[in-house]
Design a protein around this ligand. Structure first.
Ligand SMILES: [Mg+2]
Length: 359
């Protein structure tokens, strides 16, 4: 049964990988695919942190602990839907067709990382959003246009728990309710907004209940439980596509990493809390459930992790071998037409970096 309330967390898997509600025979292939993606993204994420530590990547926001929710988003979106990410959505972007080397390019300060492949669903998506919450109102705009055009499409936007205290969040839910927008707002409640814990973030009993004031449906789901996340997003995205209104999903998770590579969470987070959170982490939990059900084994695990390592290494090689982007890229994607003051700066920049010679 799919529990949908703002006060009770929908879950399918116990922490030890035991099933509360066992999948039907037709669901295993999807769960195995989801597990494969989660394992791949965990390896990718670890290597990305290492690249930053060795000076080969800029500041990076790890998705350690968020693998189930970001993978479920990618598995449930359909090609004609739109995805408006925040900055811990690596698996969703990958499943939408963004190449791993492009995700590295983005965090390496190269705009070409946002030039998503034209033949991939991601071409409809927005780039990562780092300012907190501004992507929410943009997603409401995309959803408004999709509705005006009578598209059979949903818009999925993600944000963290901290963003739910911002005006942008409440304005988005409000307009989504009034205009019945085809919008799903997925909150990764990872319990921390940089160093601010959830209990100091909001006095709301849950984040999901913030939907009630906007007159839309809101519910909690275990964000570390891939099958539960698939239930939640299948339901919400399907409703949105069919014009049945917006939904807020609060996915309960835990940020196992620092906020970004520019943070040191050991200064404000108890080691015992982190240890406890690792007992509920999503990757081992799903692996255990698949193994116990006879759908995954040690040999498959070993072969898949070797495959992941090769795939991630190839992406890193490709990223490191890419010649630097032109310095003028820092101005070229700000406006449709550059204002005169920036045009002059752009000309100077081009002069300095190419000596006036066009490639
Ligand atoms: Mg957070």
């Amino acid at each position: 049964m799919f529990t949908r309330t703002p006060y009770e967390c929908h879950t399918r898997l116990a922490v030890d990988g035991q099933w509360h509600a066992r999948p039907g025979d037709d669901q295993w292939a999807r769960l195995i695919e989801g597990y494969r993606t989660m394992a791949l993204i965990r390896q990718f994420d670890k290597k990305a942190v290492n690249l930053q530590r060795t000076g080969k990547l800029g500041t990076y926001a790890s998705c350690l602990g968020a693998e189930a929710l970001t993978t479920a988003a990618g598995q449930t979106l359909q090609p004609d839907d739109y995805f408006v990410p925040y900055y811990r959505d690596q698996a969703t972007q990958y499943l939408r067709g963004v190449r791993l080397e492009q995700i590295l390019q983005y965090w390496g300060g190269d705009e070409r990382g946002n030039d998503f492949p034209a033949d991939a669903p991601a071409v409809r998506d927005l780039p990562n959003c780092v300012p907190i919450g501004t992507q929410l109102t943009q997603a409401a705009g995309v959803a408004t246009k999709a509705k005006q055009r009578h598209e059979h499409a949903a818009v999925l936007v993600t944000c963290g728990d901290g963003a739910t205290s911002r005006g942008d969040f409440h304005e988005t839910l409000n307009v989504a309710g009034v205009w019945q927008l085809p919008l799903v707002v997925l909150v990764n409640n990872n319990q921390w907004a940089i160093s601010v814990p959830r209990r100091l973030q909001t006095a709301s009993r849950t984040i999901a209940q913030k939907a009630e004031a906007a007159g839309i449906e809101g519910f909690q789901v275990d964000g570390n439980d891939l099958p539960a996340m698939l239930d939640a997003l299948d339901y919400a995205l399907d409703r949105a596509r069919h014009g049945k209104g917006a939904i807020l999903i609060e996915a309960m998770s835990y940020r196992l990493s620092d906020h970004t590579t520019a943070d040191d969470a050991s200064r404000y987070r108890k080691a015992s809390d982190l240890h406890a959170a690792w007992q509920r982490e999503p990757v081992a939990r799903l692996r255990q459930a698949l193994v116990e059900a006879g759908h995954w084994d040690g040999d498959q695990e070993k072969a898949w992790l070797e495959h992941c390592q090769r795939q991630v290494d190839e992406a890193i090689d490709s990223y490191l071998a890419t010649p630097p982007a032109p310095a003028t890229d820092m101005l070229d994607y700000l406006y449709a037409n550059l204002p005169p003051a920036l045009l002059a700066q752009r000309a100077q920049l081009e002069q300095r970096t190419t000596g006036g010679h066009h490639a």
